[in-house]
Design a protein around this ligand. Sequence first.
Ligand code: GRG
Length: 304
Amino acid sequence: MTVQDPFGQHIETVLERHLPPPSPPLKIIHEAMRYAVLGGGKRFRPRLVYASAHLFGISQDLADFPATAVEFVHAYSLIHDDLPSMDNDDFRRGRPSCHRAFSEAIAILAGDALQARAFAVLSHIPGTLAEPAAIVDATRFFAEACGSTGLVGGQTLDLDPQHQPQTLGELKDMHERKTGALIRAAILLPYLLASQRTSDERNRLDRMAQALGLAFQIRDDILDATADPETLGRAPGGDESRGRATFVTLLGLHEAHRALEETLATCQSALAGFGTRSGMLASLVSNLSLSAGRESRSPKRPRG
Ligand code: GRG
């Protein structure tokens, strides 16, 4: 464990522990689940869980459960997003996407099974670590975040050619669900499981979580327009080439950078009220900034 990355190895160990073994007769599906979860990834969402848990004095043993659940749902969403019927991407995290490494049918099933596993993990929090009523609340909240008004709803809007966002407000609404719902869940699940908490803390945390989801997506759009395939681990320019609106196509690159830094500042000011306990979350927020070395970065191609 380094000071820079106190949870890096721990997260890998915990995720592995909650995955089924790749043994017969279910070797293939379990291998596909393990391939999708253990094949790299920045583990941003589990890190958010641990950082938010720190705010509420929640033990690492308890935080392991929501950290695993959010990363399993994230992994399932990436598997399904890459499918031919969705974004049809052959690469993810610098290697063949799950349906390319296995088959389309196995990739669909691996995503389904990871989502179910996420809820199994969350609902298996021992009663010695959190109040049973809090576990039910957290599980319900997580179900809303993953469902048709959250992650799945955002993906539905994104895929629907009839309802492509035309305005910044519509684009924000779509991403609040598609990218934001899971990020918000990662930050709020520790609050929901905490025994010491106030409603004022929830409001501040929610403000921060919503701004962070937005910042994450603006950043992803900027990187998609400016980074090379090796850095991205996938083909860049995907959304733009599919004719979809992004923060860069709607705002232009310069304004998108400005919006990112402003949104990160909103996160930091919401966190300030938590005092020194918020250091870990604050540093995850600052790591999303793209302001350093910006002058030397230029778009991959000219844009209108
Ligand atoms: C299939 C229900 C369903 C939803 C898919 C996650 C998602 C919704 C689409 C992925 C498309 C995409 C690239 C969205 C931008 C934001 C995002 C989720 C980026 C990937 O997250 P990272 O950067 O990935 O945290 P790693 O690989 O580091 O885990």
